[in-house]
Design a protein around this ligand. Structure first.
Ligand code: UDP
Length: 247
């Protein structure tokens, strides 16, 4: 397998991994959080941090538990519903923290919303210090504001901590960005590389528009890859040519 190498794929060794809440759920059963799935991901995260010269921060979503738009559809005030979604990310963050630490890697959960008893507050310089000390930083509650997603929050934090890349792990079994839904159209092609504006113009829905335009404005490269295939997380962190690189 080829490597995108320095200057193309991995401009520096600090990365932000966006992990959807649904990546922690179970497809087989109805579990909101499947301990076996979390354990597998945590094992890969810990070993990648051990073996590769990287600093890793994870932005975890909450979609397996609650999304702002779910509640809005039920008549719940949007800002309240989004706050519920942000709180959902804390549950996922604690599950990930527990599993990663059981696999031998120190972590810190940093929350944008204050919750002093369970997480440190997000302070940019503190996040960077944790990374420099080899701790996996787990960002909870997105950016702390309603009307946003954890995709946009991941892009924002990546820019703030000067990460070289945003890794967007998908959980639907699709290994990158395709010209059409490969589950519907078998002739669909996977893009190896894409420009930010192509994503927007072709309406490829990799991330929400706010997130992708933020990445474009800040020249933040995004690697979209299938995080559910064993070994892929390690490959993505190593800079191997998998998935689709948006730059
Ligand atoms: N959310 C928010 N502000 C943020 C991040 C998240 O209001 O900065 C809310 C929003 O309602 C979102 C929910 O938290 O639907 C869960 O996050 P997201 O949908 O991004 O999770 P994912 O789909 O990645 O699991």
């Amino acid at each position: 397998m080829g490597s995108r190498g320095a200057g193309t794929g991995m401009p520096n060794r600090r990365v932000v991994l966006k992990m959807s809440g649904e990546a922690l759920a179970s497809e087989a059963s109805d579990e909101t959080i499947d301990a076996r799935v979390v354990e597998r991901l945590a094992r890969e995260i810990s070993s990648a941090c051990e073996e590769l010269p990287i600093e890793l921060a994870i932005m975890v979503g909450g979609g397996n538990i609650w999304r702002g738009t779910t509640g809005e559809g039920q008549g719940i005030d949007r800002a309240t519903s989004d706050t519920m979604g942000m709180l959902a990310t804390v549950i996922n963050a604690l599950a990930l923290q527990d599993a990663i630490e059981r696999n031998g890697r120190p972590t810190r959960v940093l929350s944008a919303l204050h919750m002093a008893e369970v997480a440190e507050p997000y302070i940019r310089r503190r996040a960077i210090r944790h990374l420099e000390k080899g701790r996996v930083v787990i960002f909870a509650t997105g950016m702390g504001n309603p009307y946003f997603t954890t995709d946009t929050a991941a892009a924002l934090r990546a820019a703030e901590i000067e990460a070289g890349m945003l890794l967007k792990g998908t959980h639907s079994g699709i290994d990158g960005v395709y010209s059409a839904d490969p589950k519907v159209d078998p002739a669909a092609d996977r893009f190896e590389r894409l420009g930010y504006m192509e994503v927007v113009q072709r309406d490829l829905r990799v991330m929400d528009l706010t997130a992708i335009t933020f990445c474009r404005d800040n020249a933040l490269a995004v690697l979209v890859f299938d995080v559910m295939t064993e070994g892929n997380l390690h490959r993505a962190l190593a800079g191997d040519e998998i998935g689709t690189l948006i730059s």
